[in-house]
Ligand binder design. Structure first.
Ligand SMILES: Nc1ncnc2c1ncn2[C@@H]1O[C@H](COP(=O)(O)OP(=O)(O)O)[C@@H](O)[C@H]1O
Ligand SMILES: [Mg+2]
Length: 342
């Protein structure tokens, strides 16, 4: 939940934002339980709205446009947001805007101290998506490549689960990896030399399963003793592929800017390797600037959705009053959207 202010074409300013994490609720189940998620959305959405308005020093009547996530995502959770946003818009007599979840992620670095400029290559890495996009402006998105099976965050989460690291696995695996040797296990890097910009992470998960089973067969102590090495090797495999494909996308497009967004963008090893590779003057294509969202805005948040809506409006996006009915899009390709101008 967030409140953003825009003045003409100046960069939108974040006035306040609040987030309720459902991690603790889902932890007991080792993953997201969709029905619990949407019910919790119902409980949290109005108190969070009140909190944000209070912190921003505004009242609901000050709002000019209401934005919500229209998709992609879990239908139940999306419907809660869409329902509340459309009801609020109708009550206030103000327009509502349905925002693409991934557009929020890829524009989120515009809220950072070092915002990017268009055009850029975007690496979107989250629990549900792994995509490389060419971004020429707001609403100008061209898909360059994507995962053909698991997402990068999913690879982190599933590998972590196999190692008994709990949910959410990404940050836990990354933490354990700090104490391990990334070269200890030779794990596959699928599609690394495929010549295209697609990814595949399902095979890595199988390799992690095989290695875990082998270690456990020796003994539980052996597994515990080598777990950090396995975590470090898993992270290295994922990061290696993400870095190489990002560099390939920069070469293919000839662009000099990279934006990394989505939950996995918080990964320290990924950031360190991307920064090192992009700062290398001997790299084919030369030095590349890399931009990230603020760390706390890497994983899902309301600020990026409010920001994306504000940037769309600045780009001439038409405002529409809420209709009597609304729909969400659980599946929605990012390159299918443009800025709808009058
Ligand atoms: N430091 C980290 N290292 C690796 N993965 C991470 C890290 N922090 C978060 N993640 C992963 O990011 C994903 C969540 O991304 P997010 O965009 O919030 O969710 P979603 O994909 O549901 O939209 C999870 O798979 C999580 O494990
Ligand atoms: Mg996300």
């Amino acid at each position: 939940m967030a409140l953003v202010e825009t003045r003409d074409q100046a960069a939108p300013r974040l006035l306040a934002h609040a987030l309720h994490s459902q991690i603790a609720m889902h932890q007991a189940y080792g993953g997201v339980v969709p029905e619990l998620a949407s019910r919790d959305h119902i409980r949290r959405v109005l108190p969070l709205t009140a909190q944000v308005m209070r912190e921003a020093g505004h009242v609901l009547a000050d709002i000019d446009v209401v934005a919500y996530t229209r998709g992609p995502g879990l239908a139940g959770a999306l419907l809660v947001g869409a329902g509340v946003a459309c009801a609020l818009g109708a009550a206030l007599g103000k327009p509502v805007l349905g925002v693409h979840h991934l557009e929020g992620h890829l524009l989120s670095p515009f809220l950072s101290a070092d915002p990017p400029e268009f055009p850029f290559v975007a690496l979107l890495v989250s629990g549900g998506h792994t995509q490389l996009m060419r971004v020429d402006g707001v609403g100008q998105y061209q898909l360059l490549g994507e995962t053909i099976d698991d997402a990068a965050g999913e690879a982190f989460d599933k590998s972590a689960k196999l190692m008994g690291l709990g949910y959410p696995g990404g940050p836990a695996l990354a933490k354990l990896a700090e104490q391990g040797d990334p070269a200890a296990f030779k794990l596959p890097r699928p599609l690394l030399h495929s010549g295209d910009l697609d990814f595949s992470f399902a095979g890595l998960k199988t390799a992690v399963l095989t290695q875990s089973q082998r270690l456990r067969q020796v003994s539980d102590e052996e597994f515990e003793a080598r777990k950090a090495d396995l975590a470090a090797s898993t992270q290295a495999a994922i990061v290696d592929v993400l870095v190489k494909k990002s560099l390939a996308a920069l070469e293919t497009t000839g662009l000099k800017r990279l934006v990394v967004a989505g939950g996995v963008g918080a990964n320290k090893a990924l950031r360190a390797q991307l920064n090192a590779a992009c700062a290398n003057p001997r790299r084919r294509g030369g030095v590349v600037r890399v931009h990230y969202p603020e760390l706390h805005l890497c994983t899902d948040n309301g600020a990026m959705i409010a920001l994306a809506a504000a940037m769309r409006l600045q780009s001439g996006q038409q405002r529409a009053l809420p209709a009597a009915s609304f729909e969400v899009k659980p599946r929605w390709p990012l390159d299918a959207i443009t800025v709808a101008t009058a």
